[in-house]
Design a protein around this ligand. Structure first.
Ligand SMILES: NC(=O)c1ccc[n+]([C@@H]2O[C@H](COP(=O)([O-])OP(=O)(O)OC[C@H]3O[C@@H](n4cnc5c(N)ncnc54)[C@H](O)[C@@H]3O)[C@@H](O)[C@H]2O)c1
Length: 267
């Protein structure tokens, strides 16, 4: 059993549903936070997916609420923050899991598509911070986790300039938050997942013919990842739990790679 490392804490997890059956990063993180004792606000634009996560939490005796919202909607995000304060009196953790990739470079993508990529991968986190920072500042404590990607650090053989730029920007965005609000007891860190087996990945494989099937991706991981396999949503969730908890009380403005060592090598 996970220790009660978040006992009495209130956490907002965005994108805590899942885009398909099984464990996405957001869903696993929400469930792990609840197992660790947190009350979790599940924020997702897909109400049914969010409700599924809520049922998993309730079935284990955990506490949660569901908010069907788009992370680009400031008003709805502020309303969720107000609801958390009214119902639970505090907001300790913001875990920004929503992110999305679109294939292509400047010639394949329209300007609007590029802007939308920056919006979903960075502006959404700006909006989340805007909504929760007043409460965290008032408490003199808070932890903000952002979710980057190894695709924001290197070109990995697939062209997605909007996603890569957005995820790269997110790292510096998070450091800025850490620097600006550290003296008010707020920490901010980026989790950088590598090749993780999630429904999102499976959906991408189905959509993008030329990356082959899942078996080919497993083979790619055996070849390219020093630990020899893809990670799971739980690997990301455990990193999120660490960063959200007081175990990481002196850790801020940094990045935690969860990539099986992928970024250590160039082949
Ligand atoms: N799976 C991987 O291999 C991998 C690798 C690197 C980084 N990541 C990052 O992990 C994160 C996603 O992980 P996941 O497995 O939970 O993905 P997912 O696609 O399963 O789920 C996320 C949830 O986000 C919701 N969502 C999408 N857009 C939204 C919006 N605008 N507002 C509110 N909710 C929205 C979806 O409804 C879905 O339920 C992303 O930031 C992604 O870039 C994943």
């Amino acid at each position: 059993m996970t220790e009660q490392r978040l006992s009495g804490r209130v956490a907002i997890v965005t994108g805590a549903g899942s885009c398909g059956p099984g464990w996405g990063n957001g869903r696993a993180t929400a469930v792990l936070f609840a197992r660790a004792g947190a009350t979790v606000a599940i924020a997702d634009r897909d109400g049914a997916a969010a409700e599924e996560t809520a049922e998993l939490i309730r079935a284990e005796g955990g506490n949660c609420i569901v908010a069907e919202l788009d992370v680009l909607d400031l008003e709805a995000t502020e309303a969720l923050a107000a609801r958390c304060l009214e119902s639970f009196g505090r907001i300790d953790i913001l875990h920004c899991n929503v992110g999305q990739g679109l294939r292509g470079g400047p010639l394949e993508m329209s300007v609007d598509q590029f802007r939308a990529q920056l919006d979903i991968n960075v502006t959404s986190v700006f909006i989340g911070c805007k909504a929760v920072l007043p409460a965290m500042i008032g408490q003199g404590k808070g932890a903000i986790n952002t979710v980057g990607s190894i695709g924001g650090l290197r070109h990995l053989g697939h062209d997605h300039i909007g996603y890569s730029s957005g995820k790269a920007a997110l790292v510096q965005f998070t450091r800025q938050i850490a620097a600006q609000y550290g003296r008010q007891g707020i920490r901010a860190n980026t989790i950088i997942p590598g090749m993780i087996d999630t429904p999102l990945l499976q959906e991408r494989v189905v959509k993008s013919g030329h990356r082959g099937d899942l078996a080919a991706l497993q083979e790619e991981a055996r070849r390219r990842v020093p630990l020899g396999h893809r990670g799971t949503a739980w690997d990301v969730a455990h990193a999120a739990l660490y960063l959200a908890s007081d175990d990481a009380r002196y850790v801020t403005g940094t990045e935690l790679l969860v990539d099986g060592g992928f970024m250590t090598q160039t082949v």
